[in-house]
Ligand binder design. Structure first.
Ligand SMILES: [Fe+2]
Length: 141
């Protein structure tokens, strides 16, 4: 059973971004499975490394989209939203690298609470922050 099931309420309406978000959630579900099966540290570590790489690409892709669509510099509101968005990405990136470090310090570190926090952070970010640039792009079409 998944910790979290993806559904279309979390869609931002940009297909390749939705796919990436769904993939991020599936990585968190994979971590949950690994935790339940009490996998070796390197199994969980491998998922964490893949998740880190995927997040890095995903955030860079969103950044690119925000810049190329003109969102990052359209007006004072979008400029502010863009800055806030970058801050949230940086914060999450830090959180994940912190997780990797702590995971190797103590296997018990990865817990349902922590994974729930990650999923909630992600869904909250998608619903509030990602939807800002997504609706800007959709309105331009
Ligand atoms: Fe984002």
């Amino acid at each position: 059973m998944s910790l979290f099931a993806w559904d279309t309420t979390y869609s931002v309406g940009i297909p390749h971004i939705d796919e990436q978000h769904e993939k991020l959630v599936s990585y968190i579900n994979k971590l949950h499975q690994a935790m339940l099966r009490d996998e070796e540290d390197n199994v969980t570590g491998k998922i964490l490394n893949e998740l880190t790489a995927y997040i890095k690409n995903h955030f860079a892709g969103e950044d690119d989209l925000m810049v190329k669509s003109g969102f990052s510099d359209h007006d004072v509101t979008t400029r502010h939203q863009y800055e806030r968005h970058k801050m949230e990405h940086a914060e999450f990136t830090r959180k994940i690298s912190d997780m990797i470090r702590k995971h190797y310090e103590s296997k018990e570190y990865i817990s349902v609470d922590l994974l729930t926090y990650l999923v909630e952070w992600l869904l909250n970010h998608i619903a509030s922050i990602d939807k800002q640039y997504a609706s800007f792009i959709k309105n331009k079409r």
